[in-house]
Design a protein around this ligand. Sequence first.
Ligand code: AHR
Length: 515
Amino acid sequence: MKLSLIPVFLLITFSAFCQHTEQASIKVDARQKIAEINPFQYGQFIEHLGRAVNGGIYDEHSKLSDKDGFRKDVLEKVKELRTPLLRYPGGTFTKIYHWEDGIGPKALRKKRKNLIWGGLEDNHFGTAEFVTYCRKIGAEPFLVVNMATGTPEEAANWVEYCNGTGDTYYANLRRADGFDAPFNVKYWGIGNEEYAETDAGRHQDVNQYIKDTWQFVKLMKLQDNSLKLILVGNSEDMVWSTKVLEQLGPVCDLLSVHLYAIPPDTSFTSLIHSIDQLEKPLVQMESLLDKTPAKVEHFNAWYRFPSRKEPVKLAVDEWGIWDISSGKGKGAYQMEYQYNWSHALGVATFLNLFQRHSASIGMATWAQTVNVLAPIMTDAEGSYRQTVFTPLKAFRDYAGKYVLKADVAGPDVAPGIKALDITSSLSENGKQIILTIVNRDTLHMIKTAVEIDHLPAAFGIATLKQISFTGESLYAVNSFKQENAVKKTEVIKKINSNKMEVILSPASLTILILD
Ligand code: AHR
């Protein structure tokens, strides 16, 4: 096209845009491995809540389900997410859940009111269905026991049902249900948000929680002393968390914290601010872990099971964006949201936060997976991936094994809110350096100078792959009709220096891979 034919307004817009390109710089030290990233940081959570399980991943009456009742279209999408860990059956739901309701012939299973979230629970999806689902998607199962209206014996029986190998009642019950081999469930949560005053349960007092937890720990560990236990911490109450660590530290493998971003309004700045703010409780919890002896000395042999062997880590076993500000949530407790591209950038910010804190985070499970606060939505005719699916998958696909020291200098988008949120990691084989960069500046491109210090000699001539994800707009959403709110571009170039320059689009997630 001749220059004269380009509409004048386009030239003006373009030049205005160029003038506003911002500048930033990133420095990575390839020699400084800060921590190892636990793959369990990329876990997921499902709960008997609304259409998360029934009508979500499981639907015996759907034409889209397989012979076991699993929705095939959903299963394919969950597999794409490549989650290494799946938490179940709640959440708050655990407080009324009795696992024996969910085993054996389906026609005989007890139908009950879901007292927590409403509706009926026919218990057709129970322990065996959950473990089978985990196997299908390649995830490690993580079960949470009911300590609110359940007993230590009931929890220990569940351990025996899942993991028992001897000729004993509950192990034989599993065999009678058709499962000869033990399920080998290693990760067990004792309770969920037991401090929550409004929930059914009797442990709002931390001393009561500690006393009862000991009893659960003893009976469960006597059944299987290899269990890894996740105990209830509270990121909003350091007294609670301190006491739990002081008194249950020898048997606490991971301390649970729940981190939900609940922005006060629909603006992107509020969303980002509410996520950035969650670093503070995370740091506070880390300081408590620092005070907890890494090694347990003098554990009384009369407990008849071993104490924990590794330092305590955090289990962020519920995290996500609970954006009630839009007022548009549907379904049970309005928890069926349509997430837009701004939320996806929020999720990427969250994942960067966890990666930077890899030294202390042993696992993190996004709440939840299907329909409820979810990356996957269903109706009777099909399903689709929400915008937040993109960052959840991208981090699992591209993040490395070791966090590298990385610093960023650049503009702020609001007081105290940096435009660029970054992490850097090194692949397991040491041959790739990966940067995950969220440009939270919604208006400007950012020309970014990237410098990698102490680049190993093997990188002499390398390729730089830039994978960028952008939204059609900040508020673009996917739907049953179209799943094209997110655009992906890939550019590969050769580089022969440790310095490079990249252009980051406004409101984007960029994965840089130096290979
Ligand atoms: O994820 C939804 C609910 O949020 C969970 O049941 C509960 O643990 C949390 O408060």
